[in-house]
Design a protein around this ligand. Structure first.
Ligand code: ADP
Length: 310
């Protein structure tokens, strides 16, 4: 199946590379207002393909997106060191206004997968501008934060990250909520498992994991200017769930009617992802502090998105 990627910069190309390496799509098409960049990324990635898969990778105008089952929106302006995700907002809304009409003119019933930051608000923007049902406009949201959370817990417990089930909820950003109270290792609560393994999760360990998850992007940007491999792999993971109708439970963003008393806000919850997009959203059982934090995260996003004109 064909996957389109609009925006052939660092994130878009990392997603294309991850998809090609996994052989997840039959065809990948890059579109970018910088046509030379799109062509160069497609050619470079196509040279990696013979080593692993048979994916056709090419670049083209929007018409080349015809029949794409999923279109990743990675177009935008990059985050600069020290710049908050929300400062990017106005500039990226203008980019989406330019892109979405052109995409939908070619593939009116595709699934949009939003990667551009601030991703939750851009998911709301893409939903409103496209007029698509919310379940067909998926934001990468906290998929990467949840992966970091699982990875740090698993390292502490010395087990595989795939055996840890833990989610980061709410905003992909400063107000995100690490749902410790329902994190599981195998079939046990992580705290019980950690005690049994003689590796208790002390307040210090918990704070270090919290910091590791929450501040990872800032540290990476400080060191190399941008983050892209992690999110590229996360986007490929979501695309796989859609193309293969896997019905995986992934923490991704979507515009919701209401969450924790806040109406019309996009944020991440664990959601079932399959061929039709988001099949269902799940509200995990949280403790009182986590519920408060989720409500705060929803209010923060709502306030920051207020005043946007569509
Ligand atoms: P990131 O690190 O988020 O991937 P980049 O700056 O590397 O950021 O990539 C963003 C890409 O989006 C650039 O290649 C840029 O040319 C592209 N882009 C920006 N505006 C538009 C637009 N209106 N239409 C298509 N592509 C765009």
């Amino acid at each position: 199946m064909k996957v389109g990627i609009v925006g052939a910069g660092m994130v878009g190309s990392a997603a294309g590379y991850a998809l090609a390496m996994q052989g997840a799509a039959s065809e990948i098409v890059f579109c970018d207002r910088n046509a030379d960049l799109a062509a160069a990324q497609a050619e470079d990635i196509s040279h990696a393909v013979p080593f692993v898969s048979a994916t056709v990778v090419r670049a083209g105008p929007y018409q080349a997106l015809r029949d794409a089952a999923v279109v990743i929106l990675a177009a935008g302006v990059g985050q600069k060191p020290g710049e908050s995700r929300l400062e990017l907002l106005e500039r990226n809304v203008a980019v989406f206004r330019a892109v979405i009409d052109d995409v939908l003119a070619v593939v009116p019933d595709t699934i949009l997968l939003v990667a551009t930051n601030p991703v939750d608000i851009m998911t709301e923007v893409a939903t409103r501008l496209s007029g698509l049902p919310p379940e067909r406009v998926i934001g990468s949201g906290t998929i990467l934060d949840s992966a970091r959370f699982r990875s740090l817990i698993s390292r502490h417990l010395d087990i595989a990250p795939q055996s840890v089930h833990a989610y980061v909820l709410g905003e992909h950003g400063d107000s995100e909520v690490l749902a410790w109270s329902n994190a599981q290792a195998g079939s046990s609560p992580v705290t019980d498992f950690a005690e049994q393994m003689g590796r208790p999760i002390t307040a210090e360990i918990r704070a270090a994991i919290d910091d590791g998850v929450r501040n990872a992007a800032y540290r990476i940007i400080q060191g190399k200017g941008a983050t892209y491999y992690g999110i590229g792999a996360g986007l490929a993971r979501i695309v796989r769930a859609i193309l293969n109708d896997q019905r995986d439970i992934l923490s991704v963003s979507m515009l919701m009617e209401e969450v924790q008393g806040v109406g019309q806000v996009a944020l991440s919850l664990p959601r079932i992802v399959g061929r039709r997009g988001i099949v269902a959203s799940l509200m995990p059982t949280l403790d009182a502090d986590e519920l408060d934090a989720l409500a705060r995260s929803a209010r923060t996003l709502k306030e920051r998105g207020a005043g946007l004109v569509f």
